[in-house]
Design a protein around this ligand. Structure first.
Ligand code: ADP
Ligand code: MG
Length: 701
């Protein structure tokens, strides 16, 4: 149960002063809550100010700078009412201090209110932004007008919050202040050493400093208060992952027993020797499989680094131990490709491999499903449908997810439930910067393939303005005549007047005039059978140039293709360029990538193109990408329900993630059920960051 001391944070905002049904509905929408969800004090406390206004600057009119927000002590001299009913003329109030006159300007304000608030002959404190009009300083619609005796009510340091239309700054602030004035005492989940290391305030004190600051520096984005709360949020998410992990592990895995003789046979059957990185990753996986604990491992390797063969080795070990493996690809095409490349090897060493495809008829599926059920099949390849449909495994021992960085932690958990004791291997082709690995895969062990298979040459990469189109075509002609195959990638499918891009369609037509039947076009709108056919023709060498949109980005393997031309390269993201380039350079042949761009290049686009030309290392490129665009959307985070942060601003707070990771890991190691004093307060942190799901996973001692 949630500890009682958290109750004020979970209080419904409906009970707040000044909150009626309308405001509540508005706020709920603003904070993206469902209708059934209750709007609570925490939602408001988590709403961080975007700016802090310092009204402590009490200056003279003469000193006040245009555009600055200040508080002035003014003598009110005269009211000038607008003539007639012309709404364009404002109500103007003349005032002065010792240094200079100034006017206060109001459009559409109730006359009576103005007369009452700014009586002639009296002193008023007026706070607002200094403007300038007709050679004189003025304040239009001051934020605050108070008499001397009410000066205390003027918020001298005022947080300004992001707003939504229909919600006024004053109303929102009033509600937030109520929440901030009602913060409970909470025992701290951060250990004292960590607190004193950074000099952080408590959770409630931090909230108070941000929403009711004494000075702007308390509430700024890198203030101690903000840092502490960012840490808290990281901590809650790292704790969640550690809980999920220990939950996975608690359902004991099986000590897989195998001698490794099929693996040896496989190695002998391969036309190449494994790289050191591949050997090491296989070792790490086999070590995991032999242990009693379940495996939860992420294998990261750039495109073409040879992950599939590692998956096969793991599946061979599982087969030898008497269990089955499922390899899940993100698309039908890739599943088929895996099946085709693995089948001959499996045949050689006596492994039974089967493909389950959405394209198969019921009659085709039936015998396959039967063999999966009776255990005759050792290895099953398919898409995620493998885990959703009627598939019944005889004894699933290992689930492998390929190219699936779009999986959330809960989905991974659900997946591993299908095979109760199944080990789990996730393979990601998107090199992920370390900080993001912790954020998204903090619950997994990690193997990394850094080196490419030997014999691979660098993909020569160059950039040219599109004005060099003619010579590019001339060269392409020569290369095609010498037997090369090329991809030509364009960013859009149809010509758009607005974007002035050469679409794949138009490029296809232009190239067809030169190369005739040797050119084909694929894009997202083509029927998948047709696409399949074209890809097969390209693979077979019947087609020499494949014009494409980014549909070819993921996983496609056409070893003979050695030329990648990317048109409008300035429109592509860095990881995308790298992924696309990875489609070539898949054999020992010399490969090239040409980036055609349309000048003038913006700074970011130029930086991206420079990086791609200079580096082939996906991990380095990913780090640079992160720097260029912030956390951005490297992992497609937004669409995929990956953890989003409310308080954390990665660019500012990222350094705290590692501490949160270390602390969460240590806590779970020492107190897996969170029953100790500190464990209990850590539960409070999970409640605060709405990780109730994780708490449910902690089985009571
Ligand atoms: P990815 O990591 O992108 O999934 P793949 O597993 O598809 O890469 O491997 C790409 C290509 O490299 C395949 O044709 C594969 O047979 C080949 N390959 C894998 N390992 C090696 C190696 N050690 N030496 C040479 N070629 C290899
Ligand atoms: Mg692959």
């Amino acid at each position: 149960m949630r500890p009682d001391y958290l109750t004020p944070l979970f209080r419904s905002v409906r009970s707040f002063k000044g909150v009626g049904a309308q405001i509540e509905a508005l706020l709920k929408k603003f904070f993206a809550l469902n209708e059934e969800e209750e709007l609570i004090a925490l939602d408001l406390l988590m709403h961080m100010p975007s700016q802090i206004i310092d009204r402590r600057r009490q200056v003279s009119v003469l000193e006040a700078q245009i555009g600055e927000i200040v508080t002035l002590k003014l003598h009110i001299d005269e009211h000038i009412e607008p003539i007639g009913k012309d709404s364009k003329t404002p109500y103007k109030i003349l005032a002065h201090d010792n240094s200079s006159p100034i006017s206060l300007v109001f459009f559409h304000y109730p006359k009576n209110w103005l007369k009452r608030s700014l009586p002639i002959g009296q002193i008023r404190y007026v706070s607002g932004r200094i403007g300038y009009f007709n050679n004189e300083k003025q304040i239009t619609h001051p934020d605050y007008i108070v008499a001397e005796r009410d000066l205390i009510s003027l918020p001298l340091v005022e947080p300004i919050y992001p707003l939504t239309s229909g919600l006024s700054a004053k109303v929102l602030r009033k509600i937030i202040v109520q929440a901030a004035n009602n913060l409970p005492q909470i025992p701290d989940w951060i250990d004292e050493k960590r607190l004193s290391q950074f000099g952080w305030p408590s959770f409630s004190e931090a909230m108070k400093q941000i929403h009711l600051p004494d000075s702007p520096s308390q509430a700024e984005i890198n203030s101690k208060a903000r840092m502490r709360l960012a840490y808290d949020e990281y901590f809650a998410s790292q704790l969640t992952m550690q809980i999920i992990r220990s939950n996975l592990m608690r359902e004991r895995g099986i000590e897989r027993k195998f001698s490794g003789k099929i693996i040896t046979k496989l190695k002998n059957a391969l036309p190449f020797t494994l790289t050191r990185g591949q050997e090491k990753a296989i070792e790490e996986i086999l070590h995991d499989l032999r242990k009693k604990d379940k495996m939860a491992r992420l294998l990261q390797g750039d495109v073409g680094s040879g992950k599939t063969i590692i998956a096969l080795m793991a599946m061979a070990a599982i087969a030898e131990s008497g269990a089955q493996s499922a390899l899940m690809a993100p698309t039908e095409i890739l599943a088929k490709q895996h099946y085709k490349s693995l089948k001959p090897l499996c045949d050689k060493v006596g492994l039974n491999i089967a493909l389950l495809s959405g394209k198969q008829t019921k009659a085709e599926r039936k015998p396959i499903l039967a063999e999966i059920k009776n255990g005759k099949v050792n290895i099953i390849i398919g898409t995620h449908a493998l885990f959703q449909t009627e598939v019944e495994f005889n004894n699933l021992g290992l689930s492998i997810i390929d190219e699936q960085h779009r999986f959330g932690v809960y989905q991974r958990l659900a997946l591993s439930k299908k095979g109760k004791m199944a080990d789990l291997l996730v393979m990601s082709a998107t090199p992920i910067p370390r900080s993001l690995v912790l954020t998204h895969f903090g619950d997994m062990d990690i193997s990394i393939l850094r080196e490419k298979p030997v014999g691979r040459r660098e993909i020569k990469t160059a950039a040219l303005p599109i004005s060099k189109y003619e010579p590019v075509i001339e060269r392409l002609k020569r290369q095609i005549n010498e037997g090369a195959q090329a991809f030509w990638v364009c960013p859009l499918i149809e010509e758009s007047e607005y974007l002035d891009l050469v679409s794949a369609q138009n490029r296809f037509i232009a190239l067809k005039k030169i190369f005739g039947k040797q050119v084909a076009l694929v894009h997202g709108k083509i029927r998948s059978e047709e696409k399949q056919q074209i890809m097969e023709d390209f693979l077979a060498g019947k087609i020499k140039i494949l014009v494409a949109t980014t549909v070819i980005e993921v996983g496609v393997n056409v070893p003979n293709a050695s030329i990648m031309i990317i048109e409008h390269a300035e429109r592509f993201g860095l990881s995308q360029l790298h992924q696309l380039r990875g489609r070539v350079g898949r054999s020992t042949k010399e490969s090239a990538c040409l980036l055609l761009y349309k000048p003038p290049l913006g700074d970011i686009a130029r930086a991206r193109i420079d990086i791609i030309c200079k580096s082939q290392d996906g991990f380095e490129i990913a780090e640079k990408d992160l720097q260029l665009r912030g956390q951005g959307d490297i992992l497609g985070t937004r669409q995929s329900g990956m953890p989003g942060y409310r308080l954390v601003i990665p660019d500012i707070h990222q350094s705290l993630l590692q501490y949160a990771h270390i602390d969460a890991k240590q806590l779970i190691r020492e107190d897996g059920f969170l029953n100790s004093e500190r464990g209990k307060t850590a539960r409070a942190c999970l409640y605060i960051f709405r990780k109730e799901q994780a708490i449910k996973l902690i089985k009571a001692g």
